[in-house]
Design a protein around this ligand. Structure first.
Ligand code: NAD
Length: 478
């Protein structure tokens, strides 16, 4: 059984909980259910490593450890791939992209960035009453970080937090998601067994409930929280962190819109919309789950998208030809199905899909047409392979509907006129945007949300800066 990583030691579980294979519903393995005492021990170790060792100031040591981590992740990538497929239900083809191969690159990216990133900024001199004041800023580690992640892309989300936090000189307590503990524990084991990260610098916990996460967000020895998950949990974390005024960095939910403009290639735009919503069975925060179409072309586009969804291959995620795997749990599938049924009751038309497929937690690619933009299915995150088609009257109406959301994570636009598409994209209040299928997702591109989709940016240079404090210095010479 996999173990927790606390203060450099792999620690056995006092109690356990099962992790299921979502493609079969069967138990994959037991995972350690960390106790409050184990969580306390992890925080104490991270605090001690930050306060009493030279980890936060020794850049060459950090580079050496990050390079070891990069090497070991690449050497053990195939084991991680099989585990990610089995536990996350990620189709094999997705592990060659954002479920594994891309996240692994984050470690090298942040090691390279640390080598060239200016940790000192000279602000020059000013003169006050005849005396010269020289000023500069030094950027230093933010402190002890609690990193809390969701289930959907556990490798990406763990490494997008660990790599920049460690590069910055922070120490970390990483908490995996209750539905995908093994994938996160595997990272901890590789760190413990194959790298020289000093004890306490990286700690990895898993738990079946929210208690360990809550303990971390309230703990006075934690300086900063980096959280990815739902907006509802993000709100609770912000509240919990307020008592000790922690820096809080949040990557939250989304309800992104793809706008098909009236001059788009409807066939290719429809295929793109269909396959996008089925990526990891719709369990992606930035996926476009609302499809905004010109009212006069609504029926034509609906037919094309339905044909695309019916071509999506779903089934065994281990099969290299499978495009879509299962939802993570029976609970998640019931939630998705409930939302589809309520959408139909509210007047949307179920064009295709809407079926549970057993064994495992599969849900067929689903299309709802004629959706009212103010209804639940158009406003709330589904996190399943469910696309809601909303008709619009003109370009202004499309922009208004796209912005009519508490979220602001992502968006997409399709048009034969690139300039027109870019102009529309500029009017949407979101942190990322895809124009005619452009891919913004990469180690060097800042990712994050406007509005209730989050605070701060992950990846790229801003992803490192989230973990740095800035200290201003001044000297005076007569
Ligand atoms: P979730 O919010 O239920 O849980 C996320 C993590 O928070 C888990 O580890 C959970 O144990 C922990 N947690 C729950 N309650 C807590 C509390 N009170 N205090 C501290 N920790 C607590 O999310 P989920 O269902 O695992 O994941 C899906 C959500 O994640 C979706 O809303 C999705 O949009 C979002 N997400 C966002 C991004 C992004 O980058 N913006 C990326 C992936 C997923």
């Amino acid at each position: 059984m996999k173990r927790l990583l606390i203060d450099g030691q792999l620690v056995e579980a006092e109690k356990t909980f099962p992790s299921l294979n979502p493609a079969t519903g069967e138990v994959l393995d037991q995972a350690p259910d960390a106790t409050a005492a184990q969580a306390e021990a992890a925080v104490t170790a991270a605090r001690r490593a930050f306060d009493t060792t030279n980890w936060s100031t020794d850049v060459p040591q950090r580079l050496r450890c990050l390079e070891q981590l990069d090497r070991v992740l690449n050497e053990h990538k195939e084991e991680l791939r099989e585990l990610t497929i089995a536990e996350v239900g990620a189709p094999r083809m997705l592990t060659h992209g954002p479920q594994l191969d891309e996240p692994v690159k984050l470690v090298r990216y942040y090691a390279d960035l640390l080598r060239e990133y200016p940790l000192t900024e000279d602000l020059g001199d000013i003169e006050i009453r005849g005396r010269r004041h020289h000023r500069w800023v030094e950027k230093e580690a933010g402190g002890v970080v609690a990193a809390i992640i969701p289930y959907n892309y556990p490798n990406q989300l763990a490494l997008a937090k660990l790599a920049p936090a460690l590069a910055a000189g922070c120490t970390v307590v990483l908490k995996g998601a209750p539905d995908t503990p093994l994938t996160t524990l595997a990272l901890g084991e590789l760190i413990a067994e194959h790298t020289d990260f000093p004890p306490g610098v990286v700690n990895v916990l898993t738990s079946s409930g929210a208690d360990v996460g809550e303990l971390l967000t309230k703990h006075p020895d934690i300086d900063m929280i980096t959280f990815t998950g739902s907006t509802a949990t993000g709100r609770r974390i912000m509240e919990a962190a307020s008592a000790t005024v922690k820096k809080v960095f949040l990557e939250l939910g989304g309800k992104s819109a793809m706008i098909i403009l009236d001059d788009a290639d409807f066939q290719s735009a429809s295929m793109f919309a269909a396959f996008t919503i089925c990526s990891h069975a719709g369990q992606g925060c930035a996926l476009t789950s609302r499809l905004l179409v010109p009212r006069e072309h609504h029926d034509t586009i609906v037919e094309m998208v339905a044909a695309g969804l019916e071509r999506v291959s779903y089934g065994d995620p281990a099969d290299p030809k499978t495009f879509m795997g299962p939802l993570i749990s029976a609970r998640q599938r019931d939630k998705v199905d409930g939302m589809v049924q309520r959408a139909v009751a509210a007047g949307a038309k179920l064009v295709t899909g809407g079926k549970k497929v057993d064994p495992g937690f599969f849900y067929t690619p689903t299309l709802l047409s004629g959706v009212d933009p103010s209804s639940e299915i158009a406003q709330d995150e589904v996190f399943g392979p469910v696309l809601a088609v909303i008709p619009y009257d003109d370009e202004d109406d499309a922009v208004r509907i796209a912005n009519d959301s508490v979220f602001g994570l992502s968006g997409a636009v399709q048009s034969r006129d690139q300039e027109r598409a870019i102009a529309v994209a500029r009017r949407i209040r979101t942190g990322t945007f895809s124009i005619n299928g452009g891919n913004y997702f990469s180690q060097d591109v800042p990712f994050g949300g406007y509005k209730q989709s989050g605070v701060g940016r992950e990846s790229g240079v801003p992803g490192l800066e989230e973990f740095l404090e800035r200290k201003a210095f001044a000297t005076v010479t007569p």
